[in-house]
Design a protein around this ligand. Structure first.
Ligand code: CIR
Length: 259
């Protein structure tokens, strides 16, 4: 039933010492602390290893202060790695630096007009939702749909124009097949009636970015309502404190590429 095969690997990049120079709309949360960010990054990597994944961690790259958000430059589907081109010019080159690591996969380049961030591509059990946002445009949606269809001809891929959060997955993910979890800050006219939607209280909005890893659900720490909803569907839940990445608009999923 699931579109994605079980994950065996994850790719991550160590945050660079200048990671606070990355893009953010959350300056009101204060400056992130580097030492704490590294500890949080370590815990995240270890949690993936605890799920049996082989985790590769690339060295930090000063020229990419957002470069540890590795989910955004690529969308991986079976043996295909779609190279995204971010709508944020500062992040456009990040994908090149990941290519050597992903070379065993079939890398597909986007057409020139396509703009997309991997954070806008949500794999659900039976369909893929592609956010149309400040980072991802209609041409990006078309390109990612064509790439996914080259692997699975009948795959259902739907555009989701939205506002209120940075990426689609910042505010909407799939908790279990047919059950979405949403940050009320996310606004969209897309018809969600095919799913049950769990709306989080505003103070737990960050926890809408949940990450299923095989038999385990990763979720943001200190979000009791989200955890309660998750425990109805998952026996194994790992809660991670990502406070320093929240300050840089980073969601839970964005710190790794799972495949
Ligand atoms: C950015 O604005 O691009 C980064 N500071 C945060 C990216 C987070 N990506 C994600 O949640 N998928």
């Amino acid at each position: 039933m699931y579109l994605l095969p079980p994950f065996t690997r994850a790719l991550m990049r160590r945050p660079a010492p200048n990671f606070a120079e990355g893009l953010t709309s959350s300056a009101h949360l204060g400056a992130p602390n580097y030492a704490r960010a590294l500890r949080q990054h370590d815990a995240y990597a270890q949690a993936l290893r605890d799920c049996g994944l082989e985790v590769t961690i690339l060295p930090p790259a000063d020229r990419f202060p957002d470069g540890h958000f590795v989910e955004d430059p690529f969308v991986i589907f079976h043996d295909l790695a779609f190279h995204c081109r971010s709508g944020a010019p500062a992040r456009e080159q990040e994908g090149e630096s990941l290519k050597p690591q992903l070379a065993p996969l079939h890398i597909v380049e986007p057409p020139p007009a396509a703009r997309i961030d991997g954070g806008d591509v949500l794999f659900c059990a039976d369909r893929v939702l592609v956010g149309i946002s400040a980072r991802s445009n209609g041409a990006g949606y078309e390109a990612v749909r064509a790439a996914l269809r080259s692997v699975k001809r009948d795959i259902r891929v739907e555009p989701v124009p939205f506002s209120g959060v940075l990426h689609l997955k910042s505010g909407l993910t799939e908790l279990a097949p047919g059950i979405l979890i949403r940050d009320p800050a996310l606004k969209t006219d897309y018809d969600l009636s095919w799913a049950e939607v769990v709306d989080l209280p505003p103070e737990e909005g960050y926890a809408a970015d949940v990450m299923p890893v095989n038999d385990t659900l990763f979720i943001a720490a200190d979000c009791p309502k989200a955890c309660e909803a998750a425990s109805k569907h998952w026996d194994r839940i790992i809660a991670l404190d990502l406070s320093e990445f929240v300050k840089m608009d980073g969601g839970l999923t964005c710190l790794s590429l799972r495949y």
